[in-house]
Design a protein. Structure first.
Length: 178
């Protein structure tokens, strides 16, 4: 990812949910100009979240329509990429997120799920994880190194899963950035 803001990105629900849980959803807006989601992600992150009385669902809902754009998958795109529906390792949000990337020609997909990342690469979409967003926000000077480390720690406290090796690599990368 270049240092300037990529124009459009599609997000899966997990990065939105975890960043909203720690009050840092707007970090995505610092890195990307336009953030798109589709119906399945809205359903998972907002509708189901509100049904469970999750505060992050309300935060995400307020962003939708202001700086997060909800878009429907067009019928012809759904048909063209129907093969994704046979992948049982992808959730409905991930399948629709990949389809939406193709529909709007988004180069990036925000997703932490390994299978979603693997499939997106096969379809020439660059996967960006939550941790990469934090690093990019730091590189763009939207947050300080200390804020980046605090965000990582806050994510871990609310149940975000990251393997220790990756966590150490991220800290190392933050340490040696200008």
């Amino acid at each position: 990812m270049k240092a300037d803001k990529p124009l459009t990105v599609v997000s899966n629900s997990t990065p939105l949910i975890y960043l909203a849980k720690i009050g840092r959803l707007s970090i995505i807006r610092n890195v990307f100009e336009k953030i798109f989601i589709q119906e399945a992600v809205f359903e998972e992150a907002v509708i189901r979240g509100k049904a469970l009385n999750m505060s992050d669902a309300h935060i995400i809902e307020r962003a939708v329509g202001t700086w997060i754009i909800k878009e429907r998958i067009r019928q012809e795109i759904d048909a063209e990429y129907r093969f994704l529906d046979t992948n049982t390792r992808l959730g409905s949000g991930e399948k629709e997120a990949i389809k939406l990337c193709k529909q709007i020609n988004a180069k990036y997909l925000i997703a932490d799920d390994k299978e979603a990342r693997r499939v997106s690469k096969m379809l020439s979409i660059t996967p960006i994880g939550t941790c990469s967003i934090i690093i990019q926000a730091y590189k763009q000077k939207a947050i300080t190194k200390n804020e980046a480390v605090q965000i990582m720690d806050d994510l871990l406290k609310v149940g975000f899963r990251i393997n220790p090796e990756l966590y150490c690599r991220i800290l190392h990368e933050l340490e040696f950035q200008r």
